[in-house]
Design a protein around this ligand. Structure first.
Ligand SMILES: Cc1ncc(COP(=O)(O)O)c(C=O)c1O
Length: 383
């Protein structure tokens, strides 16, 4: 046997870190159904409650009727349609980008950019808490990896060498909900002649004017960021991702990013539906305000309970438990009471920081937050 899979699996189980999937019997919504039980869902990245909205499923159906089910080829062959071009144009106009490229997943978008750009004489400066897709791409690229302490600009500055490569950070951190100091990142990049890439998977749609994301929220002008990336599978309610930047950057990726060139393009119907989602998201100020009021209510309630939740003004509210098994036990207890909250354990988060990753969405109501707080109080009192 060339591979000892069982030993690795046994070790995972011994550490209390064995992972299993759960089969949903419903779509993504305020309530989800699993094992014939209905749960109030606090574990979704569908931050604006868009994934199950009838207008969006209808748009996807229209896209299917017009363009068929699959795109049939990679984008440089015959897989690039007017539906994709329209989505690129919509994104460019919305976010103030010169050009945009689409990907089937955010994971592949990050692989594409980082592996295509960084050569062996380059350095990449990555925040320690960057998403696995950024770190994975970074460790596979020949560019030297330098990790800086989370959001620590003094540490980053001490590592930066002039004109050496790419600073990479998330806009809103996926497991913590806090934001990168984008203005300072842009200053450091400009001062040292390096490029800056922001993955705004969790900021797009939720923060900023017309939901333009973390940069808009922090008043950082678009032209200060060399590479912008975000996904459609979160606040936009569909799936896929984009990379945006200068026309030159996008032309380079079209020519050199293997993850783009050698992969079947996202179905046109999905691009068509995502364009409809963006039109809706741009006008969704009421939903964003509602989400913010839920976040404020949750944080006030958590403070009243004396619980320690790190600073986060976004939909991601991490309740740090520490021990992985204990985090699982609390999540299971919440489930017996009808609430679905995910326990996130290492290696997704650093050792000793297992947590309940509570996500709020615009589909929730104030009464849901009151219920969540009450159940948290009950479940945590048994720890
Ligand atoms: C910050 C960040 N970047 C990239 C991704 C990957 O995107 P996708 O799920 O579309 O592959 C995710 C999560 O899924 C993420 O949280």
């Amino acid at each position: 046997m060339p591979f000892d899979l069982q030993t690795a699996l046994d070790e995972r189980a011994r550490e209390g870190l064995f992972r299993q999937r759960q089969i949903l019997q419903s779509g993504q919504n305020r309530f989800i159904k699993l094992n014939d039980q209905t749960y109030l869902n606090f574990s979704s990245n569908d931050y604006l409650g868009l994934a199950s909205q009838p207008f969006l499923t209808k748009a996807w159906q229209e896209g299917l009727e017009r363009w068929g089910a699959g795109s049939g080829a990679s984008p440089l062959v015959t897989g690039y349609t007017q539906a994709h071009a329209d989505l690129e144009q919509t994104l460019a106009e919305w976010l103030g980008l010169e050009a945009v490229l689409l990907f089937s997943t955010g994971f592949s978008a990050n692989q594409a950019v980082i592996k295509a750009l960084l050569q062996k004489d380059h350095i990449q400066y990555q925040d320690r808490l960057n998403h696995a897709s950024l770190q994975e791409a970074g460790s596979q690229s020949p560019g030297k990896m330098q990790r800086f302490r989370h959001n620590d600009m003094v540490h980053l500055e001490s590592l930066l060498q002039p004109q050496s490569g790419l600073i990479i950070s998330e806009g809103v951190f996926s497991m913590d909900g806090d934001q990168a100091p984008c203005q300072q990142l842009a200053d450091l990049a400009a001062q040292t002649g390096n490029w800056l890439m922001i993955d705004d998977a969790h900021g797009l749609g939720v923060l900023g004017q017309q939901g333009q994301g973390t940069l808009s929220h922090q008043n950082v002008s678009s032209d200060r960021i060399n590479i912008r990336m975000a996904t459609f599978g979160k606040a936009l309610g569909t799936a896929g991702a984009f990379v945006g930047g200068s026309r030159q950057l996008i032309d380079y990726l079209i020519n050199f990013a293997r993850d783009y060139v050698y992969s079947t393009h996202m179905p046109s119907a999905q691009a068509y539906a995502t364009t409809a989602a963006i039109k809706w998201v741009r006008q969704a100020d009421a939903e964003r305000a509602h989400l913010q009021s839920l976040i404020s209510a949750f944080r006030a309630g958590v403070a009243d309970l004396g619980l320690n939740i790190p600073e986060s003004e976004t939909a991601i509210q991490p309740l740090i438990i520490g021990d992985a098994e204990q985090a699982m036990n609390i999540a299971n207890r919440l489930r017996t009471r009808g609430l679905w909250v995910s326990a996130i354990r290492p290696p997704t988060v650093p050792k000793g920081t297992a947590r309940l990753r509570i996500t709020l969405t615009a589909a929730h109501q104030q009464a849901d937050i009151a219920l969540l707080l009450n159940e948290l109080k009950e479940c945590l009192s048994h720890v």
